[in-house]
Design a protein around this ligand. Structure first.
Ligand code: PLP
Length: 495
C-alpha cells in the first residue's frame, strides 16, 4: 500500500512519509491508495480483544512499515497506561434506550474525543521520524476550535524530537478549554490566541505551511513543520478503530446481530471524525448510514442535500464551539474516495479558495447521498435536548453530543427509521459547564473553575479528574496575535 495526495495521485508516499509530512506540498491531503478489508469473521475474532488489541487489528494493514509488536506497544501506551483513560473499556458504550447507544469518546486525559487520535499520533509520528531518517526537530502547528489544542499539547508534551505550538481563536473557546490550554505544562509547548475565528486560525496555519521561504529559514535552524490537525492521516487512522470497536462490542453484547446494519450519528465540524466512520464502512463493517450532524454552521447539511458547498454565509459562535467551522478540510478526502479524480478535487479546492464555493458533479453528489444523511440543530434546541435527556434518564450530554442526538431524533421522527444507531459522544459535559448549566436551568454561573462544582451539584455527577485538577494551576501563556502575526509567533518560538 502506498499513500497519494488527493490533488496529485502520481506521487507515492509510504505511511511514515505521509504522517511525517502531514499535508502534501500541493496542498492536498494524503490517503492510502487502497482500503484494507475486515470480514465478519475478523470482527467476530475481535470480540474478546482489548481496545489496544483491536486498534492493532484495524491499523496494522495501513502501516506496512510498522511491526505488530511495535504497534501493540504504542497502542497500550496510548490507551492502557493506568490513569490515562478513566474507564477500562476506553470508549464505553452507554445505552439509554433500546437501539440508541452513546459511544463515549471522552474518557481520556483532556475529556474530548480528540484524545483518541492525539494519544496515538505522537507515537506514530516519532516512529515515522525514525523510519524516514528525519533528524530535524518536528514543530507541530495546530489550529484549534478548542479541543484539538489541548489534546495535542497533552499528547506531544515532552515528546523527544518535537515542539508544539497551538493557535486558538481568542473568543471562540469555552473558559474551561482556554484554561486547559494556557496552563499547559511541558518544556516543548507554546500557545497563542488569534484574533478571529477558527477558520482564521486554520487558514493562518495553512498559509505558514505553504510559505516556502519560512520553511527554509526554519530548516536552517534545524526544524521542519508538521501538523496534528485532522488533515494528518495519523489523526484519521486511530479514529477508525472506535467505529470498528463499537460495532464489535454491540455485537458481542447481543444488542445487534453480527452482520446487522448499524448507523452512526456524528457531531461534525472538520469532517475528520465522520470520515473515519466512512473508512470503517468501506473496510467492511456493516455500517448503514452515517448521519452528519451540524450546528447552525450548517454548511455540510446544505452540501449533503444539494451537492453545493458554499462557505459564503454568516459565521455563528454557538454553544458547540468545536463544530463552529465553515471549511471542513476532510471533506476533500471524501470526494476523492467517492471517485473524484485528483484533477477534479484540485479544481473544487481551487474554486473554494477563489470563490468560497464549489458544486460537485451529479455522480459525486449522488454517492454522497447514498451513504450520508444530515441535519442541523440550533443552540435553543441543543440546550433543550441536554435538559430533556437529563431530566428523563439522568444522562448528561455535552452540547456537541446533544446536536447529534437531536439530529438523530429528527431523522427518526421524519422517516420512522428504527435502525440501531450509535450517537458519537465527543466531549465530557464538564468541558462546557456554562451551556450545560443553562440547559439544567441554572442561569447564574460561578467564575473560573468553580463552575465545575456548580455543575457537579446540579447534576449529581463528579467532574473528570483532569478538569477538577485545573483549580489553582498557574497561567503560562497569555500571548494574543493578529492572523497576520502568526508566522512571527512561530519564528519567535523556534529561535
Ligand atoms: C472536534 C470536535 C468535534 C468535530 O469533530 P470533526 O472531526 O472536526 O468533525 C465535535 N465535537 C467535539 C467535542 C470536538 O472536540
Amino acid at each position: 500500500m502506498y499513500y497519494v495526495s488527493t490533488r496529485d495521485s502520481s506521487l507515492r508516499f509510504t505511511a511514515a512519509q505521509a504522517i511525517v509530512q502531514g499535508l502534501s506540498r500541493d496542498g492536498g491531503l494524503f490517503l492510502p491508495d487502497t482500503i484494507p478489508t475486515l470480514t465478519l469473521e475478523d470482527l467476530r475474532a475481535m470480540m474478546p480483544l482489548s481496545y489496544p488489541e483491536r486498534a492493532v487489528r484495524v491499523m496494522k494493514p495501513y502501516l506496512e512499515e510498522f511491526s505488530e509488536e511495535e504497534l501493540l506497544a504504542d497502542a497500550r501506551r496510548a490507551y492502557a497506561v493506568p490513569g490515562k483513560f478513566d474507564d477500562p473499556a476506553v470508549t464505553p458504550l452507554h445505552t439509554t434506550h433500546h437501539g440508541t447507544h452513546f459511544l463515549e469518546l471522552w474518557h481520556g486525559p483532556t475529556c474530548a474525543f480528540k484524545d483518541m487520535a492525539l494519544q496515538m499520533l505522537p507515537l506514530l509520528l516519532t516512529a515515522s521520524l525514525r523510519k524516514t531518517g528525519e533528524e530535524k526537530t518536528a514543530c507541530i502547528l495546530v489550529a484549534t476550535s478548542g479541543d484539538t489544542g489541548k489534546a495535542a499539547l497533552e499528547g506531544f508534551r515532552d515528546v523527544e524530537g518535537t515542539k508544539i505550538l497551538v493557535f486558538y481563536p481568542k473568543d471562540g473557546v469555552s473558559d474551561i478549554q482556554q484554561l486547559q490550554m494556557v496552563t499547559q505544562e511541558g518544556d516543548n509547548v507554546g500557545v497563542s490566541a488569534v484574533v478571529g475565528n477558527f477558520d482564521d486560525a486554520q487558514n493562518g496555519v495553512k498559509a505558514i505551511f505553504s510559505d516556502g521561504a519560512l520553511r527554509e529559514r526554519l530548516a536552517e535552524r534545524g526544524y521542519f513543520l508538521s501538523s496534528a490537525n485532522s488533515i494528518n492521516w495519523g489523526r484519521v487512522l486511530p479514529q477508525i478503530v472506535y467505529y470498528v470497536s463499537a460495532y464489535v462490542e454491540l455485537a458481542a453484547r447481543g444488542e445487534i446481530r453480527l452482520g446487522q446494519e448499524l448507523n452512526f450519528c456524528v457531531p461534525t465540524g472538520n469532517f475528520g471524525n465522520i470520515l473515519a466512520g466512512y473508512y470503517a464502512k468501506r473496510m467492511g463493517v456493516p455500517i448503514g448510514k452515517l448521519i452528519c450532524a451540524s450546528n447552525s454552521n450548517n454548511v455540510l447539511t446544505d452540501f449533503i442535500r444539494t451537492g453545493v458547498y458554499d462557505r459564503n454565509r454568516p459565521f455563528h459562535n454557538t454553544i458547540s464551539p468545536s463544530m463552529d467551522i465553515l471549511i471542513s478540510s476532510n471533506l476533500e478526502r471524501l470526494l476523492y474516495l467517492l471517485g473524484a479524480s485528483d484533477g477534479e478535487v484540485r479544481g473544487y479546492m481551487d474554486q473554494l479558495r477563489a470563490t468560497g464555493r464549489y458544486q460537485v458533479s451529479e455522480a459525486i453528489a449522488r454517492a454522497v447521498r447514498e451513504t450520508f444523511l444530515c441535519g442541523f440543530c440550533d443552540d435553543a434546541r441543543t440546550e433543550n435536548a441536554v435538559g430533556k435527556v437529563f431530566s428523563h434518564g439522568k444522562y448528561l450530554m455535552d452540547p456537541h453530543t446533544a446536536v447529534a442526538y437531536t439530529v438523530l431524533m429528527d431523522h427518526r421522527a421524519a422517516t420512522g427509521d428504527n435502525t440501531p444507531t450509535v450517537v458519537v459522544s465527543t466531549a465530557s459535559p464538564f468541558k462546557f459547564c456554562t451551556s450545560v448549566l443553562d440547559a439544567l436551568g441554572v442561569r447564574q454561573h460561578a467564575a473560573g473553575t468553580a463552575v465545575l462544582d456548580q455543575l457537579a451539584e446540579a447534576s449529581g455527577q463528579q467532574p473528570p479528574a483532569p478538569l477538577a485538577g485545573l483549580k489553582g494551576r498557574a497561567v503560562r501563556f497569555t500571548g494574543v496575535t493578529e492572523k497576520e502575526g502568526m508566522a512571527a509567533v512561530v519564528e519567535a518560538m523556534l529561535r
